[in-house]
Design a protein around this ligand. Structure first.
Ligand SMILES: [Zn+2]
Ligand SMILES: [Zn+2]
Length: 386
């Protein structure tokens, strides 16, 4: 049983982080996740509480981002004209939207509220489903991400006396922002499992990106071939994440729980089901208690089946944090709402039937094993592991 757990809620009192109706990162994914968590009665207001987010201050954002970039985001979001393309903005992935600074600072502030909760001991675990914007760089927007809230949360923890933070990123895309920001910082371990960058945005995350200087060994990358399914993905996770995080010995575990690894996700090519999400959440929970004193700050992340998959994936994660078993059958009222907001029927259950094994499975299995061996060969000796 976990101690106090917090769901950090973005709130209705600020502008939405919303790139527009044509953009795949729909804000409704966060609303439907929160609704499902509430409809399952996971939030009891006592042991499991909902906390309001706040807007991150410029000083907090400035732990990661340059003053020039904050100024550009503010001005672009007010409709001012400028050469915003040099900061990564423009049509496509990162369109400028109204009140962009205020919305992105709220996402980052929600992650900081979660960091405050776990560091102060107010909660043992905290979850910001609006967060996980892991592609933003110090002075550039990238991959739908304006401010890098996981990196801001980690930097906030370091600025408040934490000496070691482990960041585990299971989004289908490489967690390039936190990796780049802490690449030469031995206080931060970043571990990313993702679809191989040779086949997917942002292109980085190769096994040989291991960190720099005295931080060598603190960047760990597990690039997986397209088609990787639950069993092979969980094998890679289990073989690498718990041993490396345990050897590193963090004071806080920060995780990015992108669920664009789902087989039905329109933006990528891994083949996971909710069974893998359930198992990964249990493994991360166990790791938080065994290796990080129970301090676990989780964020959302990618996931573009925003009505059918994202709320189920993150409710499974939050139920695990709360230590509560939820019924497999989804509440009928929630399914109705999700179907109305989404573009069609929503599954009946949290769990899913396993996928048929494809003819390519043995070759994918071998490729995954080669990646596991390569990671172990490069990184494990640094941590006294074999
Ligand atoms: Zn717990
Ligand atoms: Zn992603």
């Amino acid at each position: 049983m976990s101690n106090r757990v917090e769901l950090v809620w973005y709130g209705e009192d600020g502008p939405r982080y919303d790139h527009g109706p044509q953009h795949p990162l729909r804000f409704e994914r966060v609303l439907l996740t929160r609704d499902l968590i509430h409809d399952y009665d996971l939030v009891d207001g006592r042991r499991v509480a909902e906390t309001a987010a706040r807007t991150a201050t410029d000083a907090e954002l400035g732990l990661v981002h340059s003053a020039g970039y904050l100024d550009a985001v503010r001005r672009a979001g007010r409709g001012e004209r400028g050469l915003w393309g040099r900061y990564g903005f423009g049509p496509g992935d990162n369109p400028i939207f109204t009140s962009m600074h205020e919305a992105a600072a709220r996402v980052a502030g929600a992650t900081v509220v979660g960091a405050e909760a776990v560091l102060s001991g107010r909660a043992e675990h905290a979850f910001n489903p609006a967060g996980g914007l892991h592609h933003a760089m110090p002075d550039r927007a990238s991959g739908f991400c304006v401010y890098d809230d996981p990196a801001v949360g980690i930097a906030w923890l370091l600025a408040h006396g934490v000496e070691r933070v482990a960041y585990v990123d299971v989004d289908v895309h490489h967690g390039d922002g936190p990796q780049a920001i802490f690449y030469a910082d031995p206080r931060v371990l970043t571990v990313s499992l993702h679809q191989d960058g040779r086949t997917l945005f942002p292109g980085t995350g190769a096994v040989d990106e291991v960190g720099a200087g005295d931080a060598t060994g603190t960047s760990v990358n597990v690039p997986l071939p397209p088609g990787t399914g639950d069993a092979a993905w969980l094998r890679a996770f289990t073989e690498i994440v718990p041993p490396v995080v345990t050897a590193f010995g963090p004071e806080v575990l920060v995780t990015q729980l992108g669920c664009d690894t789902h087989h039905s996700d329109p933006l990528a090519n891994l083949c996971l089901t909710t069974a893998a999400y359930r198992r990964a959440a249990a493994l991360l929970h166990d790791l938080a208690h065994r290796a990080a004193g129970g301090r676990w700050l989780a964020t959302g992340g990618g996931g573009y089946q925003w009505a059918r998959v994202v709320p189920r994936a993150w409710t499974l994660a939050f139920a695990e944090m709360a230590g509560v078993e939820v019924p497999d059958e989804l509440p009928a009222a929630w399914r109705k709402r999700a179907a109305r907001l989404g573009d069609g029927a929503v599954p009946l259950r949290l769990s899913e039937p396993g996928l048929a094994v494809s003819g390519a499975a043995p070759a994918i299995d071998r490729a995954v094993d080669e990646v596991i061996d390569a990671v172990k060969g490069l990184v494990f000796p640094r941590w006294g592991l074999s």
